[in-house]
Design a binder for this molecule. Sequence first.
Ligand code: ADP
Ligand code: MG
Length: 882
Amino acid sequence: MIRQAKGKTPRRPPPKKPSNNQKDPVGVYCRVRPLGAEDEECCIEVISNTTIQLHAPDGLKANRNGEFKETQYSFKKVFGIKTTQRELFEDVAKPLAQDLIHGKNGLLFTYGVTGSGKTHTMTGSPGQGGLLPRSLDMIFNSIGPYQAKRYVFKPDDKNGMEVQNQVDALLDRQKRDSQTSVPKTPNTRRVDPEFADMISPEEACKAEGVDEDSSYSVFVSYIEIYNNYIYDLLEETPFDPIKPKWNGAGTPVRNITEFIPPQSKILREDQNHNMYVAGCTEVEVKSTEEAFEVFWRGQKKRRIANTQLNRESSRSHSVFIVKLAQAPLDADGDNVLQDKNQVNVSQLCLVDLAGSERTSRTRAEGNRLREAGNINQSLMTLRTCIEVLRENQMCGTNKMVPYRDSKVTHLFKNYFDGEGKVRMVVCVNPKADDYEETLLVMRFAEMTQEVEVARPVDRPICGFAAGRRQRNQAFKEELTRRLEERGGPVDGDCPTVLNQLLQAFPPLPPCEISGPNDDVTLPRLIEALEKRHKIRQMMIEEYNKTATMLKSVLQEQDGNILSKENVIQEQRGKLGEKDKMLQNQKNEIDRLEKKSKMLEYKIDILQKTTNIYEEDKRSLQNELESREQRLQREMSEKRRIEARMQGMVSDTKLKWEKECERRVNAKQLEMQNKLWVKDEKLKQLKAIVTEGKTENRQPQRPSREKDKVPPKRSASPSPAPTGPPVRPLHRRSHSAGGERWVDHKPTTNVDLDTVMQPNIPNAIKVNAPNEKALSKCDKYVLTHQEVASDGEIQTKLIKGEVFKTRGGGQSVQFTDIETLKQETPVAASRKRRSSESGPDSEPMEGNWTDVETRCSVAVEMRAGSNLGPGYQHHGYTKRRKP
Ligand code: ADP
Ligand code: MG
């Protein structure tokens, strides 16, 4: 942006760089030129007014395994082969020229392969003027009548614009006129045959809304960038044969005496950070023709330089800069306001870029190769800059854009990071030979569309009342008319007002003097004239009075208008500030929205992370719980087993304690019984011995007794220690009177259904001996069954006496055993034999022992106990029951 500092009103300080946040993408247009020859292969098709389609040419397809490739590219607008220069101008350059007139900057460049029509589009040819001459024409058509006189605007050497006072401007004009070399501005369209018909007057167009209360001046510069050197094509180079000549690449040029190559220029940055070519010629031009003539001059110089320096024109970039200076007219509407701050400078750069092809179209060798490399470098930098810009804008990055890497990009830096309208016409030649290069051009062009450039802001309006120029013009016209009226003839078509005035005067008396003595006529005339003079004086006074009055009224009105305009201006300023504030707030909102989006995104991520963690936590907790449950289960299981084990241990312990006690008791009883039996035997022996002394048959008594007793009954030796042996039956009946018996019949006994059942009256019948029963009785009998050796069941009645033990318990002392046996006649002999063996000590002994053991068991064993040897014995007996 090349914008001189400027102000809103004369009273206000100029605003700082206006902040603008509206952006527009780079407008990319595509122009397809017609094929050079009809038989050429075509690789481009315009499929809509915004899209073209590229298809790989046949040769290329064959090279790539016959692969058929079609690609489409879309642009703001596509111009087909039939597009006229005017149509193109209307869409592409007219808005830029319009913007220029409204104080905004524009950049228009053509891009494409050599021969694709860049120069045709930009410059054109006679009868087919391109965008450049058309833009110039439109500018001059629009500002023509409002142009300032030459040298009123004067460029300073720092890319700024000054307003000269009228005297200095006049002097400069006179100096210019005196220099014959510079032709005076042609008032008519002077036609150079070389560029005749570049602009046809019937196609003239005009910008809208041109500020008539401003004064304008157009300055043009024309530069060429070749091999990354900048040359001023409008520079007047004086002939200097002594100085060595150098070409742009820094190598001396030999054998050139008549041609002085231009010196390269450098780029500088002005106070508004705009880049400009330092010391570049800026020619003030007053008409399209003059401007185009200057362009043509530069063009010629370029051509000469190219031939002289053996350069290839397609390798250079040409930049034509149209600068428009505008400043408001002063309050009278007469002259340009003498205030540099009020000058607004806008510029339109028309760039015809070098061919975009990667290698030189002609033979590239030596110097040329290096040049070609540099050209490529410039376009490459342009591509890189566009890429980085696009990336920065699309991704919000802040990468450094390498504008400084080439002069072309450096010069236009401000269009991209400042503000302005940027447009590009991509020129394409549909011929198949260019296919690959065209493909690259298309890619670059598509990418360029994605870059956005800040929209230039509207130029602030100056504080003066509008319509100053018109009023001034009208005033001047009126003045001239009046002056003409004054100096012109009064008769004939004399204005009616004057006639009326003249008629208001008293008529002149006849002025003819009748003779030398006529002293009437003259005095009468004098009187009339004096009268007239008096009226005239009065009229003048009246007129003056009215004039002053009118003037004061007008001035008052003017003042009113001015103050109202000031108020309006102030309001506008406020509005602007509010707008700015609004914009700032919008920006802030945007920023906050972005931030909130970012935060939302972060929250989302955190939420997700939290969810994951919670999920983990839950699963871990579940696992923990299940493990705890398992542990508890195991613990309770362990406790249960422990309890059971303890129970078992204590049970077993108790059992074994009881068992031990029982065994000890049994043993004790057994021992006591043995002792008793031995005692008894001893007594019997003693009795026998003593009886033997009195009666020898005593020892035979058992056998005798056996014979006497019915066969079913065999009596054991009486256990009674004293007295003669008593018949059991008798004794039982006898004892029924005084003794109490405990009749112990184990449940395991078999009912034999015989008469030999012991019948004891008044006995307490028990299945198992118990303390209670024993305590009530003094006699005890156990009915014991066992299988005898012959297989018969033998019942034994084991009798005893109950004693009270010292510990308060009961004990039984066995006194007698009766054996009851049922015998079949067959088995009788055997029975007898077995009973015959009765006196033998050994079997008897065994018999006793067996019975004793059983008795002790019967007495001691608890009912229901399934443990212990005694029971097993009983069980065995039971099983063997017939
Ligand atoms: P570049 O500047 O891209 O190298 P030019 O503008 O010099 O290409 O065009 C090469 C040739 O093609 C010129 O002779 C020009 O007249 C012709 N040409 C280019 N574009 C068109 C077009 N749209 N219509 C007719 N002729 C064209
Ligand atoms: Mg060209």
